[in-house]
Design a protein around this ligand. Structure first.
Ligand SMILES: Cc1ncc(COP(=O)(O)O)c(C=O)c1O
Length: 436
């Protein structure tokens, strides 16, 4: 794709970072795509619940010469020489992560969230062992044992879910009954499409009864836990916490595994390397350290709480206008709208019409959905990215109104065009860190 001179001029007017001079000269195709993506991020509203904007410092760190270094092993115990600076950054990442989440051990090397979960399973299980995780149709994640993943060829996955989809309350009695019957080795919390909080203390009690290790995959909610806006599973005695670092935690793309004790941490370290991965991606480890440093600052607490205030406000706005939300609200950063019940159209159609006005979210299955995964009944949206841009409750009402208007006017080309312009003007008032 080649983007012409007029777009480059428009971008320079937008004051986008014009500093990619080597790339621009050497590879205009990639450079132009990058400029297009920057523009998309500045001019549009990002409501995908798993996305965020990283800070200029994190962004800079990701593009550094730490990329050039092989560092198999761990600080002080590497397979290659020349590790005096990689050891500094990895140790800082580990120490900051431990402080942030109040645990004894951190492995900051997983390349992403799924590899972190795979390394965690192999650290704790033998082939054929059972894991009990959240029902995938109630919000659980693919890496918690979806039949399309290789994990199900090796381990057995059993489920718990909501007792009542109107409140989102988990059925802890049923969880206990299944646990007593199936004797899982891991009781796994975590989700990518569940708008409520888990009761870690209840889960821990059930796990203790059957001798299971408690693991929480906090990928979606790590930022709010770090900022004290949601409960920390370690405070209720959880053993292991896995996460991505690039969602609400606002770091580079990557994963991490935290352990309550140093002893569990030893098993995790062996499983990550050499069990599963090779060399760590050291520029990402360094960027994780920078992001954790940011998350330790008092401002991050405000950010974490504002994400939830925004999410609750937007959810209430939609419900007051008659929309049907899964569990009738939210306690975290995301919400799920039942589009078929609310608007008489499927989630994919809502996703498409919003794309046309510069608002990005994703279609999603809702609990007990009768439709197919590629054509589900709902959409999922979240507030982490727009909160990073500085939007607050007032802006949630503007955004909610944009969304409802786009759906209402979906057959009216001219109205959608005008709305797209309005969205663009609105967005430019809220700078994207590292771009505008
Ligand atoms: C709960 C949960 N775990 C794991 C992952 C996987 O993370 P990654 O895409 O970095 O592999 C996700 C990503 O959406 C997630 O939501």
């Amino acid at each position: 794709m080649v983007i012409g001179h007029s777009l480059r001029y428009a971008l320079s007017l937008l004051n986008l970072m014009p500093t990619y001079t080597a790339l621009q000269t050497q590879d205009p195709d990639i450079y132009n795509a990058l400029m297009g993506e920057m523009r998309r991020q500045v001019e549009g509203v990002e409501l995908i619940a798993s996305e965020n904007y990283i800070s200029p410092a994190v962004l800079e760190t990701m593009g550094t010469v730490f990329n050039n270094k092989y560092s198999e092993g761990y600080p002080g115990k590497r397979y290659y020489g020349g590790q005096e600076f990689t050891d500094i950054v990895e140790t800082l990442a580990i120490e900051r992560a431990k402080k942030l989440f109040r645990c004894e051990h951190a492995n900051v090397q997983p390349h992403a969230g799924c590899p972190a979960n795979v390394a965690m399973y192999f650290a704790l299980l033998e082939p054929g062992d059972t894991v009990m995780g959240m029902d995938l149709s109630h919000g659980g994640h693919l890496s918690h044992g979806h039949p399309v993943t290789y994990l199900t060829k090796i381990f057995k996955f059993v489920r718990y879910g909501m007792k009542d989809v109107e409140t989102g309350e988990i059925d802890y009695d049923a969880m206990r009954q299944v646990a007593l019957k199936e004797k899982p080795k891991i009781l796994l919390g975590g989700f990518s499409a569940y708008p409520r909080e888990l009761n870690y203390a209840k889960m821990k009690a059930i796990a203790d009864e059957v001798g299971a290790v408690t693991v929480m995959d906090m990928a979606h909610i790590a930022g709010m836990i770090a900022g004290g806006a949601l409960r920390n599973p370690f405070d209720d005695g959880f053993d292991i916490v896995t996460t991505t670092t690039h969602k609400t935690l606002r770091g580079p793309r990557g994963g991490m595994i935290l352990s309550r004790t140093a002893e569990l941490g030893k098993k995790i370290d062996k499983s990550v390397f050499p069990g599963f991965q090779g060399g760590p991606i050291m520029q990402m480890v360094a960027a994780k350290a920078v992001a954790f440093g940011e998350a330790l600052k008092p401002e991050f607490k405000d950010y974490a709480h504002q994400i939830i205030r925004n999410s609750k406000h937007l959810a209430t706005f939609f419900m007051e206008k008659g929309a049907k939300l899964v569990t009738n609200g939210t306690d975290n950063h995301l919400m799920m709208i039942d589009c078929v019940t609310s608007f008489g159209i499927a989630g994919a159609e809502v996703e498409t019409v919003l794309d046309r006005v510069g608002i990005t979210l994703n279609k999603n299955m809702i609990p007990n959905d009768r439709r197919k995964p590629m054509d589900p009944s709902g959409v999922r949206l979240g507030t982490p990215a727009i909160t990073t841009r500085g939007m607050k409750e007032k802006e949630m009402e503007t955004l909610g109104a944009f969304i409802l208007k786009a759906i209402e006017k979906r057959a009216d080309e001219a109205a959608l065009k005008n709305l797209h312009k309005e969205v663009e003007i609105f967005c430019k008032k809220f700078p994207v860190p590292g771009i505008s």
